[in-house]
Design a protein around this ligand. Structure first.
Ligand code: SF4
Length: 373
């Protein structure tokens, strides 16, 4: 195992390390506060004090890494509701993270891998191929970055739409202070989170810590293209997150044409895992459906979805296709999306059409690919 990164340790793991090194737990608790409540980003921002003595910090940085990805580029959507960050990792690979702020919600869309192995044909990340998993620390750093932006901008820039102000030090350090905080995380950025299960779950444990970012269980969504072992593991471990399953096709053949991973985890096996998940946890599943004109958006397709989801507590989110360079399909028009919705309503399945936001900066679903128009 390589050197641990401070942002990849849970609060209790950090305390255990402190004790192993001969220090008191209170020292680790103080360091945790500095990281998660005061938003420190570098060793130089951590001056020693009574509860966090210099010799403790020396040992911490002798044993652990602590840095943040560099923001290589920041782009703002024209409507002011979306920001996209191109982040440079230590090994020179890059990822993208998106801040969304609309409908009274602040949400970070985080990446879980550099690239993706699943190869969904309409997805810019899938078109890049897979490079590597992200570490828990690299996932946590994305959330902390977005949280810091929100805290720094809320007072002066309530729509998060103007010029980027300096990232000022937060004045108060408490989970309930007056600045705006990150409230929701969706694992819908680059990568398939259940392909990187252990690091993603470690990151979620850290992000949920009530003494840190304190994200509620109902505020974290994990999206999968249908990695069946991961869905079964989520159920077995009773992980308190929302599950979103990307369906896109209601027959094995149609689905596999859009989602190559479906050849490995077949549709009937996926639906069995979904039934097991809802039966075990008593929670509904969100099914994502990218609407592609003339491909999977007709009434027959909608009826097939209705039949497929019979008996499963479900909500369907329709996502009109977002453009990418590598796929020439077109999005379904609003009337077609409404028709699809109406058919599902007949089956008693709640269904929403996702608002198209951040498309002008390639920050929409399936568009993350390290390039900006
Ligand atoms: S849609 Fe998700 S799972 Fe599919 S290729 Fe893109 S990032 Fe990977």
């Amino acid at each position: 195992m390589g050197r641990p990164h401070l942002l990849g340790l849970t609060r209790s793991q950090l305390a255990e390390r402190a004790v192993e090194w001969g220090f008191a737990r209170i020292h680790a608790a103080s360091l945790w506060n500095e990281l998660y409540l005061k938003g420190r980003r570098a060793p130089a921002e951590l001056p020693p004090h009574d509860r966090m003595p210099a010799r403790f910090l020396e040992r911490v940085f002798a044993e652990c890494d602590f840095d943040f990805p560099e923001v290589a580029r920041e782009t703002h959507s024209s409507d002011g509701f979306t920001r996209k960050y191109l982040l440079g990792l230590r090994d020179a690979h890059r990822i993208e993270t998106v801040l969304m702020r609309y409908s009274g919600r602040t949400t970070a869309c985080v990446s879980s891998q550099v690239g993706c192995a699943m190869g969904c044909v309409f997805c810019a990340t899938g078109q890049m191929g897979y490079t590597r998993h992200l570490t828990a620390a690299e996932i946590v750093a994305q959330a902390l970055h977005v949280d810091r932006v929100l805290r720094a901008t809320a007072a002066s820039d309530p729509q998060v739409g103007g010029a980027t102000p300096a990232l000022a030090e937060p004045e108060h350090a408490s989970p309930h202070h007056r600045h705006e905080r990150l409230r929701n995380i969706v694992f819908m950025g680059m990568g398939e989170p259940l392909h990187n299960y252990d690091e993603v779950m470690q990151a979620i444990d850290i992000l949920r810590d009530p003494a840190g970012l304190a994200l509620g269980a109902q505020k974290i969504s994990v999206s999968t293209v249908g990695v069946v072992p991961g869905i079964r593991r989520l159920a077995a471990e009773r992980r308190p997150v929302h599950l979103a399953v990307s369906l896109h096709g209601a027959t094995q053949e149609e689905r596999a044409a859009l989602v190559p991973a479906a050849r490995k985890w077949k549709l009937d096996e996926l639906m069995d895992a979904c039934r097991e998940y809802t039966a075990t946890l008593g929670r509904r599943i969100f099914f994502e459906w990218t609407l592609i004109e003339g491909k999977n958006d007709g009434p027959d397709h909608a009826h097939a979805v209705g039949a497929l989801l019979a008996g499963i507590p479900a909500q369907v989110n329709l996502i009109p296709l977002n453009p990418t360079f590598g796929y020439d399909g077109r999005p379904t028009q609003p009337a077609g999306a409404r028709g699809f919705q109406d058919v599902l309503a007949g089956y008693g399945i709640p269904c929403t059409v996702r608002q198209r936001r951040g498309i002008d900066i390639a920050a929409g679903c399936g568009q993350l690919a390290l390039n900006t128009p």
